[in-house]
Write a protein that binds this ligand. Structure first.
Ligand SMILES: NC(=O)c1ccc[n+]([C@@H]2O[C@H](COP(=O)([O-])OP(=O)(O)OC[C@H]3O[C@@H](n4cnc5c(N)ncnc54)[C@H](OP(=O)(O)O)[C@@H]3O)[C@@H](O)[C@H]2O)c1
Length: 299
């Protein structure tokens, strides 16, 4: 394997959700370019592991800054640390999220609200912490990892669908509100099914955890889509082969979509692993479950 070479002027990137899945894979991909990284998630333990992987992959630096994205002050402190350490930030990749399975009427109210909060208030907090810095610099790129479920609806994932539709609306507003500063970009990446731990880390009241629907992408493949978006800002980037087809079906033939989505969900999106109701990692980090990959075959 070729030894990564550090560029003279490393890209400075803060990543939220950096201790698992897509965020962690993005950290390692950026490390291969010799980037200087700030890694944010709630739990320190998995962040330290991600930082060690990033340094081994060639990162110029990997700061570990535990923070909950629903805590605006903690997030601001992480951004301030990045500026103190690196002199600024070129980009922020926002990938922090939690998930819950169950009908809206069955998911406990506090679990539902936390899933939505992490997405909506978390993204707003990220914007409040980084956009003033980007304006001061006259440049900066915010990439938010959204989802195919920001375009379509699926049963038993109501909190997550609410979270991702709302987050996409927020991203689109941020894109409009930063048009006055041509140096600033805001992009969304919408993955389809990805092999990450989110499916078994989340809350469930259905008797089972979930699994990624096919075609299942590897987190590295989505991370490469994030890097390509960092290189070339776009409003919304798809990271799923069937995303355009599924979204078109949802929009153009909603009756057919709703008829099929329930049965298909049972076959393709449920793990059938018989688990007792759990809050999973919704309220606190579960480091034992954090990893780059989940447990599925991916392309
Ligand atoms: N996996 C998929 O199939 C898929 C598909 C479409 C979209 N996405 C999106 O991709 C992004 C990454 O998901 P993933 O699959 O990589 O999930 P993941 O493996 O579970 O990683 C989630 C990350 O977010 C962190 N996190 C959770 N709540 C947080 C909070 N309140 N504050 C700060 N950090 C928090 C977690 O660490 P701690 O728990 O230690 O805080 C972890 O680092 C999410 O936006 C997700 O919606 C995933």
């Amino acid at each position: 394997m070729p030894t990564p070479t550090a560029p003279d002027d490393p890209q400075r990137v803060l990543i939220t959700g950096a201790s698992s899945g897509i965020g962690r894979a993005t950290a390692v991909e950026l490390a291969g370019r010799g980037a200087s990284l700030v890694l944010v998630a709630r739990g320190r333990e998995s962040l330290e592991e991600a930082a060690a992987e990033a340094l081994a992959a060639g990162a110029a630096a990997a700061l570990v800054r535990p923070a909950d994205v629903t805590d605006g002050d903690a997030l601001q402190a992480a951004v301030d640390d990045a500026v103190a350490e690196f002199g600024g930030l070129d980009a922020v990749v926002h990938a922090a999220q939690v998930m819950a399975y169950g009908r809206i009427e069955d998911v406990p109210k506090d679990v539902y609200e936390q899933v939505v909060d992490v997405s909506l208030h978390g993204t707003a907090n990220v914007a409040r912490a980084v956009l003033p810095l980007f304006r001061k610099q006259g440049a900066g790129h915010l990439v938010v990892v959204n989802s195919l479920l920001g375009n379509i609806a699926a049963p038993l994932m109501g909190s997550y669908v609410t979270a991702k539709w709302g987050q996409l609306g927020l991203i689109r507003v941020l894109q409009q509100e930063t048009r006055d500063e041509p140096g600033i970009s805001v992009s969304a990446v919408q993955p389809g099914g990805v092999d990450t731990p989110i499916y078994f880390q989340g809350a469930t009241v259905t008797g089972s955890t979930g699994r990624p629907p096919p075609p299942v992408y590897s987190p590295q493949r989505v991370a490469r889509a994030v890097l390509s978006t960092l290189d070339r800002p776009r409003r919304v980037v798809q990271a799923g082969l069937l995303n355009p087809l599924i979204t078109a079906g949802f929009r153009l033939v909603p009756g057919v979509f709703d008829y099929l989505v329930g049965p298909l969900f049972k076959v393709m999106a449920v793990a059938n692993d018989q688990v007792a109701p759990t809050e999973g990692n919704v309220f606190e980090s579960k480091p034992a479950g954090n990893a780059t990959e989940g447990r599925w075959r991916s392309i």
